[in-house]
Design a protein around this ligand. Structure first.
Ligand code: NDP
Length: 332
């Protein structure tokens, strides 16, 4: 019997450095080996997906390729018995969508260790509205909490606040009772950010003004940064004594123009956050919180849904930092 065929977004390098994207029919036989075969219902759009889809260096080495670092759907089969057929699962991170065909195809086949049982309290669509961006925001909050940062310690700064990670971070922090200050390059989105729970919204250019001084006035008890570069440096320099800063992204820059003063004079800590290789115990724990007391209702209410065919216009926009909140991809 012929293997089932399905639709997938396929990125091809037609000439060196020139990439095209088309929806193509693929066969399940073409998927790599793995214990877990999933019928994907939803995926989502993350910064890394756009890098892969546009052929930017650092994410995908070999083309043709199907991006999509997030996928949620039903188990078709699982050869090692880790999941039952029909069970709902989430697969995010690891190599999915990087060099393993990802969630922009209607089927994925991956190691069963990459799967997370859909937690009670979330639908498949909601899990993708959260997606890698939301998981990363959750991991960042978890780091702050574990480092002892509590709401009564003072204000928490979130950079890149209207983006995927930032908007979920603002929501999670505000729901947990923290005083959130959001910094954004989009003045027009002030109402969106206060709607998610930000107490104050700062303009990115104003925030960066005079920030090249060795130390800045102490303000933050904690920071969730997604931007890197001068923004992260300014955030660290304005973190108060004993404060904690998490760093997960490079939407602005991969550089960190900084001196050691915040660390050696104020005891500031800088903690790295990675969602792709996060151990399954940590991943499961954060997903359980995101489905329960951390469930980011305001993000879920405002998520945008697009079919695979309409993703094209979003890739450039996310890399330019123009998108707001989260975008779910419907694979139906
Ligand atoms: P988005 O594009 O959705 O959000 C990034 C936001 O950063 C933008 O919306 C914008 O927000 C701000 N921004 C963009 N460009 C600049 C700039 N030049 N200077 C300052 N601010 C800028 O991306 P995601 O939220 O999906 O991802 C954010 C970052 O986190 C990416 O670098 C991504 O690779 C990384 N990431 C890392 C993960 C990990 O496991 N470590 C997992 C997920 C993401 P505003 O206009 O509000 O300022």
């Amino acid at each position: 019997m012929a293997a089932e065929r399905f639709d997938a977004l396929v990125v091809e390098e037609e000439a060196p450095g020139s990439f095209t994207r088309r929806i193509k029919s693929r066969s399940i036989d073409e998927l790599p080996p793995g214990e877990l075969l999933v019928k994907v219902r939803y995926s989502s759009l993350n910064y890394k997906d756009a890098l892969s889809a546009l052929g930017r260096p650092g994410v995908t080495k070999n083309y043709p390729h199907t991006p999509g670092i997030d996928a949620a759907g039903e188990v078709v089969s699982c050869s090692d018995g880790a999941f039952k057929s029909g069970e709902k699962v989430i697969v995010t991170g690891y190599d999915l969508g990087m060099n393993t065909p990802g969630g922009y195809g209607q089927y994925i086949r991956v190691p069963s260790a990459w799967g997370v049982r859909l937690p009670e309290g979330l639908s498949l669509k909601e899990s993708m509205a959260i997606g890698t961006a939301g998981l990363t925001a959750g991991l960042s909050l978890q780091k702050l909490v574990q480092a002892g940062v509590r709401p009564e310690h003072g204000e928490i700064l979130v950079t890149g606040a209207t983006g995927g990670v930032g908007s979920v971070a603002v929501t999670l922090l505000a729901q947990a009772g923290y005083q959130v200050v959001a910094v954004t390059g989009k003045a027009r989105e002030t109402e969106f950010l206060t709607g998610l729970g930000a107490r104050q919204v700062l303009n990115r250019d104003a925030f960066l003004q005079n920030s090249d001084r060795p130390l800045l006035k102490e303000r933050w008890a904690g920071v969730i940064d997604v931007v890197g570069g001068p923004m992260l440096a300014a955030a660290i320099k304005s973190t108060g004594y004993g404060g904690v800063v998490t760093c997960c992204g490079l939407a602005g820059s991969a550089e960190l123009p900084l001196n050691v003063f915040p660390f050696i004079l104020r005891g500031v800590s800088l903690l790295g956050v990675d969602s792709a290789q996060a151990p399954s115990t940590v991943r499961n724990e954060v997903w359980q919180r995101l489905a329960g007391d951390w469930k980011p209702q305001r993000i879920l209410e405002q998520v945008q849904e697009v079919p695979l065919a309409q993703l094209e216009q979003k890739f450039d926009a996310i890399l330019k930092g123009e998108l707001r909140g989260r975008t779910v991809v419907n694979l139906a």
